[in-house]
Ligand binder design. Structure first.
Ligand SMILES: NC(=O)c1ccc[n+]([C@@H]2O[C@H](COP(=O)([O-])OP(=O)(O)OC[C@H]3O[C@@H](n4cnc5c(N)ncnc54)[C@H](O)[C@@H]3O)[C@@H](O)[C@H]2O)c1
Length: 391
């Protein structure tokens, strides 16, 4: 029989009530994104009385000590398990390379902490399922993924217009992550390899834009795709293009490239009565969105579409603010569970469609499918030689 100290099937300690106190947070991985985005977002919420950063962890002792000194964080650690045991944080934010996300998220969940893990969530759908199985069943702890482009006033406004079909049905969409990365970028040994980077631009760069497209348009139903290695000497692709049909009937073209000198991140959705366009690079504010009504749409209605409200740029802070509110309410946060899995599912489908020259239907990549356990799916010419499976 389970006791009040344990949850059925786990050794997870009970989550201490959060009412009336600050959320105790710990940052794992004190590199670029930990320093540049997680610590500032946590610090801002600390000013608002919501959080306190009690510890940080990095295998690089100098890096974690410097991070703690600069951020006023009391406890630096080089060992995650020891930190979890000694500090018992309520929230762990994970800012390490993607191959570590699965084991570190599971360790934090088992210690009773909620998790906010950087993208890409984990290397494969099977890894994602393993993480999901460790979440609490009612009231958490839950693991959510950093997809900050979903948050802020622009995406909130457009998501609502689309959900209400205010501009009519969505029909045609473009989703573009056309960035530029040079040879020096790929000279770093872990880049361009399935085992260490998890994939090419579909996984590492385009995931944010595809995640936002899915957040706006809802579930997809089928995918056809091509992938290429046109410039770089890499194991993964350096460009992919895909055709995606959505359940609501809309048809999208998705391009993920690191070969594009004029860099842009772009989403365009043509609805029956207006075109919505987002043009930016690494983050957006209201000014990055444009709504162009069809010629026969005039008056107050079209004017109302232009009202995005007070400008709240997309940011780690905006997502974290919502996550903290979900923690206090004991509710599953956005970008967790099935809602956090959507872009990984689309990426697996793009790779499968491209490498096997087939149309991939939503939901078909499950246990037993080679693309469930490896994004390269063992495909000849794409998988590392030892992992190739016969076609
Ligand atoms: N959301 C975004 O827009 C965004 C932007 C950049 C990076 N990221 C993601 O953030 C993650 C980290 O990227 P980064 O650019 O900060 O990398 P980074 O290399 O600058 O930092 C990673 C840190 O993790 C530490 N580390 C490695 N192994 C560890 C372990 N076992 N335990 C604890 N710490 C360990 C390293 O020492 C390093 O300090 C990646 O998943 C990346 O894709 C997201």
């Amino acid at each position: 029989m389970s006791t009040p100290e344990t949850r059925p099937g786990t050794s997870r300690p009970p989550t201490a009530p959060l009412a009336g106190r600050r959320i105790r947070a710990a940052v794992i991985g004190t590199g670029a994104i930990g320093r540049g985005s997680h610590l500032p977002a946590l610090a801002r919420l600390a000013e608002e009385g919501e959080t306190e950063v009690v510890a940080a962890v990095d295998i690089d002792a100098t890096a974690v000590e410097e991070f703690c000194r600069a951020g006023g964080v009391p406890h630096p650690y080089t060992d995650l398990d020891r930190m979890l045991r000694e500090q018992r944080p309520d929230l762990v934010t994970i800012c390490t390379p993607p191959t570590l996300h699965r084991e570190q998220t599971i360790a934090a969940l088992r210690a009773g902490a909620w998790v906010w893990c950087e993208k890409p969530p984990v290397p494969t759908l099977a890894d994602y399922d393993a993480v999901e199985a460790e979440e609490g069943k009612d009231g958490g702890p839950y693991a959510s993924i950093v997809f900050q482009h979903r948050f802020g006033s622009g995406s909130r406004h457009v998501r609502r217009l689309l959900a209400e079909q205010a501009m009519g049905r969505p029909l045609v969409a473009h989703c573009q992550t056309t960035w530029y990365r040079d040879t020096a970028y790929y000279a770093v040994p872990w880049r361009g390899r399935w085992a260490t980077e998890g994939g090419g631009p579909a996984m590492g760069h385009g995931i944010h834009q595809m995640d936002l497209l899915l957040d706006l348009l809802g579930p997809w139903s089928e995918v056809r795709a091509m992938a290429g290695r046109l410039v770089h000497d890499v194991e993964t692709e350096d460009v992919s293009t895909a055709l995606v049909r959505f359940e609501n009937g809309a048809m999208a073209t998705v391009v993920n490239s690191v070969l594009s000198p004029d860099e842009v991140s772009r989403i365009r959705i043509d609805c029956e009565r207006a075109t919505v366009e987002l043009t930016h690079l690494y983050g957006h504010s209201n000014a990055n969105w444009r709504i162009t009504p069809a010629p026969d749409v005039t008056g107050d209605e079209a004017a109302a579409w232009q009202d995005f409200g007070a400008d709240v740029p997309s940011s780690h802070l905006e997502q974290l603010r919502e996550l903290v509110a979900s923690m206090r309410a004991g509710e599953r946060p956005r970008s967790s569970g099935a809602d956090g899995r959507t872009s990984l599912e689309l990426i697996a489908a793009i790779y499968k469609a491209a490498f096997t020259d087939t149309t991939v239907k939503a939901g078909e990549i499950g246990p037993g499918d080679p693309f469930h356990t490896a994004m390269h799916g063992g495909a000849p010419g794409w998988a590392p030689a030892a992992a190739e499976v016969s076609a």
